[in-house]
Design a protein around this ligand. Structure first.
Ligand code: PEP
Ligand code: MN
Length: 335
């Protein structure tokens, strides 16, 4: 259930209420700001609980049941969009960010080349996989810690922040030493052990939609992270499996307005994995921004044909620069 507090309630009232509710064995999460505080009770109270009893608590104006199964991710609990601030880089709630870089980190030179282009285009987030979830065990599996080091060095040199995929709970501490945003890949979206561990650390999490996950599945996975106390979650639409086999995946742009209606969390579109085809990345990147996404993830490489992974969907630097140019025009048109 959600407790809506009276407009005059102070932070002290919120703290006192939470203490009281916790003492009753209920698990609570506060939200909102002065004048509109809310407290979500997510565990402990079942549907047989009489809500009117909670309405009698001090400073409580109204109590309602959650309509959605995802509680902390929902707009009911958090009516305004969330803005994440990652080392001064803001995303969500009107702040748009591009994340770009190769599918896999291959060498320091390769990452330096990408980071230079990002800095020149005013892009703040450098991506690159160091631990790669490959369909085949015989494909390149990534450089591991060396790859993380390379990303960190380039980020420091060009004043960027980084995102890279975490595949296992045991990698979290190591990755957090080097990387600013931990990506959960599509294949791990329902790895609940990993999600729970990520919920216990403060690092921002970039949660990619599973290959055949519904919006509800994605939001329930986000809920695992939020429920453990980490509010820094970004959702990513990266295409889903459909009957259409021409493109690698079907980029579901319905996801952007739908997830925005259901949730306060930022939504990023990945047209690289969403299409799997280089020539489709620019049009779908433009469409992603036009649909209202809070950001884009793009795979770029100086020589895409030579990329160690996902070369068919990787774009070269001139294409990346031309996408950035059109995004600036679309951004203006949308404002
Ligand atoms: C990636 O970002 O390189 C990646 C493996 O993505 P996904 O999990 O969406 O396939
Ligand atoms: Mn990739």
């Amino acid at each position: 259930m959600i407790l809506f507090l009276k407009p005059e309630a102070s932070q002290k009232d919120v703290d006192e209420l939470i203490e009281r509710l916790s003492w009753m064995g209920l698990t609570c999460h506060p939200s909102g700001e002065k004048g509109a505080y809310t407290i979500a009770v997510v565990q402990g109270a079942d549907s047989s609980v009489d809500l009117s009893e909670f309405e009698m608590l001090p400073m409580v104006a109204k109590v309602t049941e959650f309509k959605a199964a995802y509680k902390l991710a929902s707009r009911e609990f958090h009516p305004n969009p969330s803005t994440l601030d990652i080392k001064g880089v803001k995303i969500g709630g009107g702040h748009f960010q591009v994340m770009a870089g190769p599918c896999s980190v291959e060498s320091a030179e390769q990452i330096d080349d990408c980071a230079k282009v990002l800095a020149d285009e005013g892009v703040k987030i450098l991506r690159g996989g160091a631990f790669k979830p490959r369909t085949s065990p015989y494909s390149f599996q990534g450089l591991g810690e060396k790859g993380l080091q390379i990303l960190k060095e380039a980020a420091e040199k060009y004043n960027l922040i980084t995102i890279s995929e975490v595949m296992d709970g045991d990698q979290i501490d190591l990755m957090a030493d080097y990387i600013d945003i931990l990506q959960v890949g599509a294949r791990n979206m329902q790895n609940f052990t990993l999600l729970k561990k990520l919920g216990e650390c403060p690092c921002p999490v970039f949660l990619k939609r599973g290959l055949s996950a519904t919006y509800k599945d994605l939001l329930m996975s986000a809920e695992y992270i939020l429920d453990r106390g980490n509010p820094n979650v970004i959702l990513c639409e990266r295409g889903i499996r459909t009957f259409e086999t021409y493109s690698r995946n079907t980029l579901d742009l319905n996801a952007v307005p739908i997830l925005h209606q259901l949730s306060h969390l930022p939504v990023v579109v990945d047209p690289s994995h969403g299409t799997g085809i280089r020539s489709l990345v620019a049009p779908m990147a433009r469409a992603g921004m036009a649909a209202g996404a809070d950001g884009l993830m793009l795979e770029i490489h100086k020589t895409p044909e030579k990329a160690a992974s996902d070369k068919d969907q990787t774009i070269d630097f001139p294409t990346f620069r031309s996408i950035m140019k059109s995004l600036r025009i679309i951004e203006k048109a949308l404002s």
